[in-house]
Design a protein around this ligand. Structure first.
Ligand SMILES: Cc1cc2nc3c(=O)[nH]c(=O)nc-3n(C[C@H](O)[C@H](O)[C@H](O)COP(=O)(O)O)c2cc1C
Length: 333
């Protein structure tokens, strides 16, 4: 067994690997969380808008699925204090807040036994996360799948910026990481770990339709796009002036690109979207995917994925900038 990669993050949370399952709304359910945490990563439940029925179903599955640390994530702008309160009753090791002002919930989480993780998309949000006393900060680049800042930053330059700004608070890198080389790169940038979404959506335990797994395996980064069109078309309550989402290609993107204001005022077009969903012409939800989707070619169990990511990362860090011996199967690759 290879030596484990230890960081300020693995020490703080008491996990084996510096690998975190992003709290993907809806798709990071209790089974996926339990599997990631049992394998030595940190699983975060996708609590998203704090939907109570979903939480009542999935929180017990996560809590009973592992005796290792696990956590839950919420969309800061969408939740009420009750969602956080309910989650804390299950004794998570971490609560993550993303997108919006964390201050209404930060003190309550800090008074609990859970670590406060705050995901940030820019320097102002990073400074705010430091001010509210975050235990861990996630620096999210625009390569990410799913939602993020309309005017976001790229992972490669953004992560070290946040690492310097937040020191000594440990930082996780997010956005565009889908294999062990990406995890190694995050550590080389000074991050204490990697938070990974898109890659974990294509695992056996993710709560997604098989058509989504297939789309992720076949999808190409060049076909992903950040936009508000699909949030507006489906009537989502996201603050679209601030946040867009990266998805795979979609007919409504082609039809409405650049005409978001017009779409917002066109109730007929939004009804067309619902009608297209109802007759199966478009999928019920957009396929949220990041630029690293090219690197996804299989549908492993979450445990196998965590192990592979950790092993590949150790290998990448061992060999980065060194010549492999000629008889190494990966020499010259
Ligand atoms: C399907 C999907 C759903 C997501 N839902 C959430 C969410 O509910 N809350 C959140 O904080 N982040 C969410 N994210 C963003 C992740 O936290 C993370 O920043 C992102 O997945 C990292 O980029 P990657 O997809 O390239 O790994 C979601 C991402 C995806 C792919």
């Amino acid at each position: 067994m290879a030596m484990a990669l230890s960081t300020e993050f693995t020490e703080l949370l008491g996990v084996r690997h510096p690998i975190v399952l992003a709290p993907m709304g809806g798709s990071a359910g209790g089974a996926l969380v339990g599997a990631v945490s049992r394998a030595g990563g940190l699983g975060l439940l996708g609590g998203a808008y704090g939907d109570r029925a979903w939480l009542e179903r999935e929180l017990p599955i996560a809590a009973e699925g592992t005796d290792q640390p696990w956590g839950v994530g919420f969309l800061t702008w969408a939740i009420d204090a009750g969602a956080v309160e309910r989650a804390l009753e299950f004794n998570p090791a971490a609560v993550m807040l993303s997108f919006g002002d964390p201050s209404p919930f930060a003190d309550r989480i800090r008074r609990s036994d859970a670590a406060l993780i705050v995901q940030v998309t820019g320097v102002d949000e990073a400074e705010q996360a430091v001010d509210v006393g975050a235990d861990v900060i996630v620096a999210q680049g625009t390569e990410s799948g799913g939602h993020g800042a309309r005017r976001g930053r790229s992972t490669l330059p953004f992560v070290p910026l946040v690492v310097d700004l937040a020191a000594p608070i440990p930082v996780l890198a997010a956005g565009g990481i889908a294999d062990g080389r990406g995890v190694a790169a995050a550590l080389a940038l000074g991050a204490a770990g990697a938070l990974i979404g898109t890659r974990f959506q294509a695992t056996a335990e993710a709560l997604v339709d098989p058509s989504v797994s297939k789309a992720l395996i076949e999808g190409r980064g060049q076909d992903t796009e950040r936009s508000s069109v699909l949030d507006i078309a489906r009537g989502a309550s996201w603050p679209t002036e601030t946040y867009t989402a990266r998805t795979l290609a979609h007919p409504f993107l082609d039809r409405w690109r650049g005409r978001e204001a017009e779409l917002a005022g066109d109730s007929r077009a939004r009804q067309d979207y619902q009608d297209d969903v109802a007759r199966g012409a478009i999928p019920p939800l957009p396929v949220w995917a990041g630029e690293a989707v090219d690197l996804i070619t299989d549908l492993p169990s979450a445990a196998d994925l965590v192990t592979t990511l950790a092993t590949e990362a150790e290998d990448a860090l061992t060999w980065a900038g060194r010549l492999r011996p000629k008889d190494d199967p990966r020499a010259g690759s």
